[in-house]
Write a protein that binds this ligand. Structure first.
Ligand code: 5GP
Length: 189
């Protein structure tokens, strides 16, 4: 998606050779017009799949997932990062390591909102090693819902997440694929 590539080149900065700071575009500030274009692109790529729900993980996935859900005219469900010790008997949860925060968090989805009647499209902002995505994929599988595929705004293709999930036979569509951040330059695939 050329417009997203242009915005990344203009507004992102390279923190280390494997971390891109995308606060102006994805992780802190949100451009509603660009976000709607991303959502429409995902809806176009996954059209005809009879999607009943879009799912993401809070928080940075929510705007793009919302734009996708709005275009598809289906609900958006976001996995919550558990911050409470109150037991939730009706929840599916997984423990996932956080790539940028260096901590583990528990993500959870209530069984009330995801079940075997659903065909879900999973949308996320960035994929690196794929730990966050794999956590939500496990939750989707345990819920009995069918997974249509995974839509990622920015895939860091030099890390294994996207590739290993494709190798599981899951359709992964990325709007932008980054080949490398080496030498202080962003190169796209
Ligand atoms: P993974 O679980 O695939 O290793 O990492 C996925 C999550 O970590 C993304 O949802 C994103 O929030 C964060 N993340 C991973 N790599 C980057 C990066 O280069 N830049 C930013 N801003 N976030 C990242």
């Amino acid at each position: 998606m050329d417009i997203l590539k242009e915005r990344i080149l203009r507004e992102a900065s390279i923190l280390t050779s494997d971390v891109l700071k995308l606060d102006g575009v994805l992780n802190h500030q949100v451009d509603p017009e660009l976000t709607m274009l991303m959502g429409q692109e995902f809806a176009r790529r996954f059209s005809g799949e009879n999607i009943t729900k879009v799912i993401t993980v809070e928080s940075s996935g929510i705007p793009i997932a919302f734009a996708t859900a709005l275009t598809l005219n289906v609900p958006l469900l976001f996995a919550r990062r558990k911050k409470t010790l109150i037991a939730e008997p009706d929840a599916l949860s997984e423990r996932v390591p956080s790539f940028t925060k260096g901590i583990v968090t528990d993500i959870m989805v209530s069984r009330q909102y995801l079940g075997d009647g659903d065909r879900v499209l999973f949308i996320d902002d960035i994929i690196a090693n794929g730990d966050a995505a794999r956590g939500l994929l496990k939750i989707i599988e345990r819920s009995g819902a069918s997974l249509v595929g995974l839509g990622i705004a920015v895939e860091k293709a030099f890390q294994a997440g996207g590739r290993t999930i494709r190798e599981q036979g899951i359709r992964v569509e990325s709007l932008v694929r980054i080949a490398s951040l080496e030498g202080g330059a962003i190169s796209f695939l």
